[in-house]
Design a binder for this molecule. Structure first.
Ligand code: SF4
Ligand code: SF4
Length: 69
């Protein structure tokens, strides 16, 4: 199963909590932008980052079959 990780950038403060709570190490902080970025293929859809982000800046949704290619 593949997951689409999406940042609502205007809500994000760059605090890094999402990276720290991701047990799959699926989020990295971009050094240039100081915003989190997903690392392709690592997200398992556990939603830890969604629930722990204090600013509701992350959505994670399951990719549909037609979106996989
Ligand atoms: S926890 Fe939320 S506010 Fe903090 S860096 Fe992650 S997305 Fe941005
Ligand atoms: S949903 Fe889970 S696995 Fe995916 S980026 Fe967030 S914390 Fe990591």
């Amino acid at each position: 199963m593949k997951w689409h990780w999406y940042l609502i950038i205007e809500n994000c403060t760059g605090c890094g909590i999402c990276r720290d709570v991701c047990t799959e190490h699926a989020i990295k902080m971009s050094s240039k932008m100081a915003y989190p970025e997903p690392i392709s293929g690592k997200c398992t859809g556990c939603l830890n980052c969604v629930s722990e982000c204090p600013f509701d800046a992350i959505t994670v949704t399951q990719l549909k079959e037609e979106q996989l290619n």
